[in-house]
Design a protein around this ligand. Sequence first.
Ligand code: SF4
Length: 425
Amino acid sequence: MQQLKTVAFHTLGCKLNYSETSTLSRMLENDGFEKREFDDEADVYVINTCSVTENADKECRQIVRRIQRRAPEAMVVITGCYAQLKPEEIAAIEGVDLVLGAAEKFNLAKHLQDLVKGDSARICSCDIDDVQGFNSSYSINDRTRTFLKVQDGCDYNCSFCTIPLARGHSRSDSIEGVLRNVAELAASGTKEIVLTGINLGDFGKGNDGGKRTESSFYELIQELDKAEGIERFRISSIEPNLLTNEIIEFVAKSKKFMPHFHIPLQSGSNKILGAMRRRYKRELYADRVATIKQLMPHCCIGVDVIVGFPTENDEDFQDTFQFLHDIDISYLHVFTYSERANTHALELKPVVPIHIRNERNKTLRNLSYQKMQYFAAQHNGQTRPVLFENADKQGMMDGYTDNYIKVQTPYRQQWANNIVDWTLS
Ligand code: SF4
């Protein structure tokens, strides 16, 4: 049997995937593997896929072909959301040796032990409803900021989304488990932790078959606030209906939780929110933003929004535009709706022509640019704490204020991975 000694990873998709890849990599390194860059030669290549990526199968195919040209004898393993959703399709790609579904992802080392390069790929996957366990993971790239996964999966059924099919039920780490990881990260020199999950505000469902345990996201952040060694926490993204007033009030008082929220809106039209099966109306969203800004006028608020959802007519889009224009948010992440197999949204008619979807995307990206400029201008002249990153980027370094304004300056060793009071200009 071939001795596998080196491994290279490639990640597609979201921050959660990146933190999981980091953990997989550390697990294999602990097992004696040596990590290689993806463009170098390795014995094993692991691709952690995403179901949201457009043309996921095409992208996967191209990457596998690249690997085959570079290292025809190497083992190719595909895991992640797309591997869970379409295992057969992926196994049929020439050159793929192993397809690992959601339940088997963290057993990678075990599966590699008896893997043989052959004609057909081995599929290790199960029904997503049977995926119950939680595997915590975190990424350490630059040490300064780390993405720590504390929750996985989702029990909602938004009509455009395949994530519940790919990642299963909502489940979380225990508060003790999170604190253990936080202590490890603090010991390794990490200064800022971004709490990450698929539906983060739903934190608290334990490993006991999805049954709700006693903990909640609010309890988690209260405990984290007391953790020593970490200077900053951020909440990566939280559903508006789960962002309670007590969480907002807590963040406003906390010295460690940064004044920065990312809250998916998806549409500013109540008609479209209903069709999307979202769990709030736009009035609730506006209310959350108003509460945040009342308590933290300097708070940065990011918004996810989807344009071109089926049945979204000009008036609905105008509703979204006007809503976003009028509320006090700082930037937008704009997504163009695209059809996904096995989602309810596929049945909704009429669909929006592609060129109109693209136009609407452009309109909201322009709005986002204006919001960003306005938010930065509001803070000009203020002195705010900036955490500078380690990386020396051709003589320059990046840092972020507490409220997520990016700062760039010539590199200075003594500022790297440190918080510096900075006057914005
Ligand atoms: S909340 Fe909705 S969009 Fe987010 S993962 Fe769950 S189903 Fe998908």
